[in-house]
Ligand binder design. Structure first.
Ligand code: HEC
Ligand code: HEC
Ligand code: HEC
Ligand code: HEC
Ligand code: HEC
Ligand code: HEC
Length: 327
């Protein structure tokens, strides 16, 4: 359900007023109070029973493969409330710029034709895009002249835009919205931040965290159901690996760039060796830095980028290339 932040505010207000009304607003008779506490007792027993049940049963794995896109609150509304910390830096975050309108005077050296009104990539190498109806872009071919109406939808959209429809392959929003990482934000998360993905208080299941980042960063994976090179309607909280097939042997593929390889290494460590080091142990997404990675306990993953001997200052050269992204 898409609701405006004002509606959320009103609902919160109503919820609070409702509560205080129950406590201070009326003074029930002793009889009614007795009945109330008796029913409260019953409720408590029920709740304890329920809690025992849910603790005993593993939760069914959440999955949205092939289903309609869930309703989610859009970034504008999130940013209205999250002005400090998030809104301050969001416009510069590479995730907010995966697709952006072509700047007036920059990017001239890329030899893009004038009808390339949109740019794929927050920094070079760029690709040209142009609108082609609802939720669709044509992709500029490598010849710099002809436009491919299918390529973006079938090969790129799932990782460079938001909430791609499993059937039509149209996106709901250009570039990446908060939803891609934080999932469906529950309306009452301001009161209970444990309800929203990647908050400080949310459960930090390593497999689910690497699923969230890996939905786009495991370049080379393939959806079993759609056969496309991006996941089929992944939503934060889902188990990515039920439908997205990933070859973990790529972690040892020396031809892959260190930037891609350490991602495969990390996800393999989590999925196959129950490691609790995740992307978030080293990366701060909103600050867009990796300063804290220096404090992580040394292990084989460090060797994707550092040498076994000598100072850590020396870093293996990164090859900037990707078959999936055609650069
Ligand atoms: C929906 C897809 C998607 C998700 C989810 C996603 N990323 Fe990204 N990420 C991208 C794309 C695409 C880029 C390249 C953006 C660009 O430069 O155009 C990127 C860029 C980055 C970069 C490089 C930034 C730079 O300076 O160039 C880092 C680091 C990164 N992501 C980490 C993460 C982490 C950690 C997570 C999980 C919390 C995550 N990403 C989730 C798609 C995604
Ligand atoms: C499986 C997800 C996925 C698919 C599919 C995908 N990309 Fe990417 N793309 C990424 C990620 C993740 C990055 C960031 C990599 C990094 O910074 O190391 C990226 C980066 C890029 C970049 C570099 C931009 C920059 O600023 O760093 C370009 C250009 C690009 N992709 C083009 C494409 C094109 C064109 C397609 C379709 C033919 C495509 N990609 C398909 C995930 C994907
Ligand atoms: C690429 C993944 C990604 C996207 C997209 C993303 N976030 Fe986050 N967000 C994170 C991660 C990871 C954290 C945990 C702290 C960190 O790494 O910066 C976080 C933390 C936060 C926090 C807590 C900040 C704090 O330190 O108190 C807020 C609020 C937030 N995000 C809001 C948003 C909003 C609003 C958007 C959309 C405009 C958004 N996020 C988009 C990954 C993402
Ligand atoms: C009506 C205002 C409002 C809207 C709309 C809203 N938030 Fe929040 N959000 C809050 C408040 C208040 C908190 C709790 C205080 C805080 O941590 O900033 C919070 C907490 C969070 C946190 C947890 C921060 C932490 O780690 O403790 C995240 C993440 C977050 N919001 C993301 C989002 C995203 C993503 C959206 C949009 C989908 C969104 N919020 C929409 C008000 C809002
Ligand atoms: C042990 C720490 C560590 C872990 C775990 C880790 N990373 Fe990294 N990552 C780094 C460092 C350090 C860099 C290099 C940053 C630089 O070049 O300045 C990097 C680079 C990257 C880049 C390329 C950034 C760029 O500037 O182009 C992406 C994308 C990325 N990581 C995503 C991820 C994702 C997604 C995960 C989780 C699956 C992950 N990383 C896990 C430490 C880590
Ligand atoms: C994806 C590549 C990557 C991975 C994986 C990685 N590093 Fe780094 N590391 C870098 C880069 C790039 C720098 C230089 C830029 C910086 O300081 O972030 C660096 C710098 C450092 C430095 C500071 C060196 C100095 O003298 O300035 C330390 C310490 C360090 N890394 C430790 C580690 C440890 C420990 C691990 C494993 C847990 C690790 N790194 C994994 C890329 C990586």
């Amino acid at each position: 359900m898409r609701f405006s932040y004002r509606e959320i505010g009103n609902r919160l207000l109503r919820a609070r007023l409702g509560k205080s009304h129950g406590i201070h607003g009326c003074f029930p008779s002793r009889d009614r109070r007795k009945r109330f506490f008796a029913s409260l007792g019953k409720l408590l027993i029920l709740e304890v029973l329920l809690a025992m049940l849910t603790a005993a049963l593993p939760l069914p794995a959440q999955d949205h493969v092939g289903q309609p896109i869930p309703k989610y609150v859009t970034g504008d509304e999130c940013l209205f409330c999250h002005r400090v910390k998030v809104a301050d830096t969001w416009q510069q975050n590479p995730h907010a710029l995966t697709v952006h309108p072509r700047p007036e005077d920059e990017i001239s050296d890329e030899n893009l034709p004038t009808d390339a009104a949109y740019i794929l990539g927050s920094h070079p190498p760029y690709r040209g895009l142009k609108e082609d109806g609802y939720g669709k872009y044509d992709l500029l071919s490598h010849d710099g002249k002809s436009w491919d109406p299918e390529a973006f939808a079938l090969r790129c959209a799932g990782c460079h835009t938001t909430a791609v429809d499993p059937k039509a392959h149209t996106f709901s929003a250009s570039s990446l919205d908060c939803y891609t990482c934080h999932g469906v934000a529950p309306e009452n998360h301001p009161n209970d931040t444990s309800l929203i993905w990647l908050s400080k208080k949310h459960a930090h299941d390593p497999k689910q965290i690497v699923s969230i980042c890996g939905q786009c960063h495991l370049r080379g994976g393939k959806s079993k159901s759609s056969r496309l090179p991006y996941p089929n309607n992944f939503v934060a909280g889902d188990d990515l690996f039920r439908d997205f097939q990933v070859d973990f042997a790529k972690a040892d593929d020396a031809s892959l760039s260190p930037n891609d390889r350490h991602i495969y290494t990390n996800v393999r460590n989590v999925v196959q060796h129950a490691s609790d080091v995740t992307c978030l142990s080293c990366h701060k997404v909103h600050d867009n830095n990796t300063a804290k990675h220096r404090l992580v306990l040394s292990g084989p993953i460090c060797l994707d980028c550092h040498y076994a001997e000598g100072p850590k200052k020396k870093v293996k050269q990164s090859v900037v290339k990707s078959d999936v992204c055609e650069y």
